[in-house]
Design a protein around this ligand. Structure first.
Ligand code: TXA
Ligand code: MG
Length: 313
């Protein structure tokens, strides 16, 4: 159910939850100072309690109530990338609720780049917001996805289609070398260039599960089986399969054959919608043209990561 900004602010202030737009994916927001409200987001999503939440801020000043021993690098990164799709893991302030951090000694913070949500947080103070999908479903990138997961009873702020479509980069600044725990639109190379230090990528390594517990859970997965295409030339397109190309080399035009013609940003923006639409249309398989794992582009690496996670599980 769509609500106005004023209603959304009022909902947060009275300790209820509301879905909010960001540039990455829709989030399920709760007042970060209200443990009962935060717990409601776990319940609503069906999310395990040991998977910590990102606190979303609208002003840099809000950081000092959330994190302690804030390194200078945060300000360099904030200057360069906030508001934007970068989440930074820092030592937590003692006042941060345990329910947010899953009792870790760290807290994840980001300033999302969406005018409605920034205005909301400006009025309410920091909000926690996991991706608004039901646990195990692809993240929502448009209001219609929220209705698919929750029917009409979840209040949401309509901010249109998310511009990036894939969750933020999660960067851990609590240990050296700094490491990317989850790849996103902002690449480790860009972070490295901004800070002048090496950034390692620990996504999907078992050593990382302890530091970013969320990566252990099923994610990004539609009902249809996802596979990388073994060959780009297909003699016979099966009607129960959705074919997703991006190189522009495909010449078949059909409802179940999509080509993004080199526009990887558009593929990222559409990926979860493709997954969800494939399920609504009862496709059995989704075949995706391979993407370079070692690409220099943040969005390509993030795409590789999300698609690979749905291939494996
Ligand atoms: O783009 C995004 O980040 C979206 C939008 C709504 O902002 N949010 C999002 O939240 O993707 P969620 O809860 O679906 O994913 C948060 C990720 C999880 O993998 C979680 O384990 C990790 O961030 N995380 C949260 N707090 C952490 C912490 N203190 N240390 C390490 N990882 C943390
Ligand atoms: Mg999520």
């Amino acid at each position: 159910m769509e609500v106005t900004l004023e209603q959304a602010i009022e909902i947060i202030k009275r300790g209820e939850i509301v879905a909010i737009p960001t540039e990455t994916v829709y989030g399920l927001a709760a007042d970060a100072k209200n443990a009962i409200a935060v717990l409601k987001t776990f319940e609503k999503k069906g999310r395990p309690a040991d998977n910590p939440l990102i606190v979303h801020i609208s002003e840099l000043d809000q950081l000092t109530d959330l994190a302690s021993d804030i390194p200078d690098e945060v300000y360099t990164l904030a200057n360069r990338f906030w508001p934007g799709p970068l989440t930074i893991v820092l030592k937590r302030d003692q006042a941060v609720l345990d329910v947010i951090t899953a009792a870790l000694d760290t807290v994840a913070v980001r300033m999302p780049d969406h005018p409605l949500t920034l205005e909301l947080i400006h009025s309410t103070g920091p909000v926690t917001a996991p991706s608004a999908n039901k646990s195990g479903k692809p993240s929502p990138t448009k209001p219609a996805h929220l209705e698919q997961d929750y029917g009409s009873d979840l209040p949401y702020l309509d901010g249109g289609e998310c511009s990036i479509g894939i969750e933020s980069t999660v960067l851990d600044l609590t240990q050296k070398p700094f490491s990317v725990l989850r790849p996103g639109a902002i690449s480790s190379d860009e972070i490295s260039a901004a800070l002048g230090v090496e950034i390692i990528e620990t996504e999907n390594k078992s050593s990382q599960t302890k530091r970013s517990p969320g990566t252990r859970y099923t994610h990004y997965k539609p009902e249809a089986e996802v596979h990388w295409m073994k060959s780009l030339i297909i003699d016979h397109f099966e009607t129960d399969t959705l074919y997703v190309y991006h190189s522009g080399n495909n010449i078949t035009s059909s409802e179940n054959v999509i080509d993004f013609n080199g526009n990887m940003d558009k593929l990222a923006q559409s990926l979860y919608d493709i997954y969800r639409t494939a399920d609504l249309k009862n496709y059995i398989k989704i075949l995706v043209e391979p993407i370079q794992q070692t690409s220099k582009s943040g969005i390509e690496r993030a795409l590789f990561n999300r698609i690979q996670l749905s291939v494996k599980q």
